[in-house]
Design a protein around this ligand. Sequence first.
Ligand SMILES: Nc1ncnc2c1ncn2[C@@H]1O[C@H](COP(=O)(O)OP(=O)(O)OP(=O)(O)O)[C@@H](O)[C@H]1O
Ligand SMILES: [Mg+2]
Length: 353
Amino acid sequence: MARIVFEKVRKCFGKTEVIKGLNLVIKDEEFFTFVGPSGCGKSTILNMIAGLEPVTEGKIYFDGRAVNHLSPKERDVAMVFQSYALYPHMNVYENMAFPLRMRKVSKGEIDREVKRIAELLGLTPLLYKKPRELSGGQRQRVALGRAIIRRPKVFLMDEPLSNLDARLRIEVRAELKRLHHRLRITTVYVTHDQAEAMSLSDRIAVLHNGEIQQCGTPLEVYTRPKNVFVAGFIGSPPMNFIEARVINRHPLEVEIGGRVFRPLVQRLPQTESVTVGIRPEHIGVQSEPTPFQAKVVLIEPAGAENWVDVDLNGNIIRGKCHLEDRLTVGKNAFLKIRPEDLLIFDPIDKDLC
Ligand SMILES: Nc1ncnc2c1ncn2[C@@H]1O[C@H](COP(=O)(O)OP(=O)(O)OP(=O)(O)O)[C@@H](O)[C@H]1O
Ligand SMILES: [Mg+2]
């Protein structure tokens, strides 16, 4: 078990500063995820925790002890990568036993542990197969098993599910979550997939340009994104952004498509116009009249409901509608938006008001 602390951690490759002063506490037993677009520095952070990349400046602590100068082995972490490097000539049993054999654990104990972990991961029927006889998801589970069997202080996972197809990804994801509930080993996870981050994590850090934009529980980050970047990155389909005129300041009133809304804010924007964020799931599009009209431009079935793009005074925004509601592309429909679902962003600093 371990608590991981970053203190003013900077990382440069040559003259390029990739991580710009990271201060963060990852709690003991936490499932913590770094999420962000490609190239934002996620793997670099993980590699610094593992000891595979030196820190340029600042300190990383495990349980209060600086680990900057410890080798990966001394840090007692287990890392699972995107490409699960199994030994091709060894069967599943031998692959999983390998880390324990290296530690000179007795044969009897290795056998007990391999069988216990195999059971945990649903690998028992596959123990005597070679990696080439397994599917991608099965191989990934073996790689996880091999990491778990060491009982490390910390699990580090760098996009471990990205090689799997959509369905397996969701299956193995659920398995990871169950495992974490059982083993309670501090886990630092990296993904560019916001849905994966949201579903797995106790807390997430949204990373952009080498800096944490926001750190919090998935719900906090979803309901109160700190700025336009976080708001646009978290949630699927992505949040709609509309420029809106400020009609009144006390209380704040904004005009969208000829309608006046009174959104909830914690501070007033400095400007005469603001960026309004509305999640597609918070815009009802329907044939039943409301005072708020827009033209349907696209209908996209999504199983339980439809996503609908509408043209609202030249802005294309996305909402949802019930399957039974027969809307027609090119015709008008009506919108239902609750003022409390509007997020107001200051157009200058891009922060949530
Ligand atoms: N060894 C290296 N030498 C020079 N630059 C590097 C090195 N490793 C990473 N970088 C640069 O540092 C930045 C962050 O890279 P990193 O691999 O941490 O991103 P990432 O968030 O993991 O991206 P992805 O989602 O694509 O895996 C990138 O701009 C990358 O080009
Ligand atoms: Mg990476």
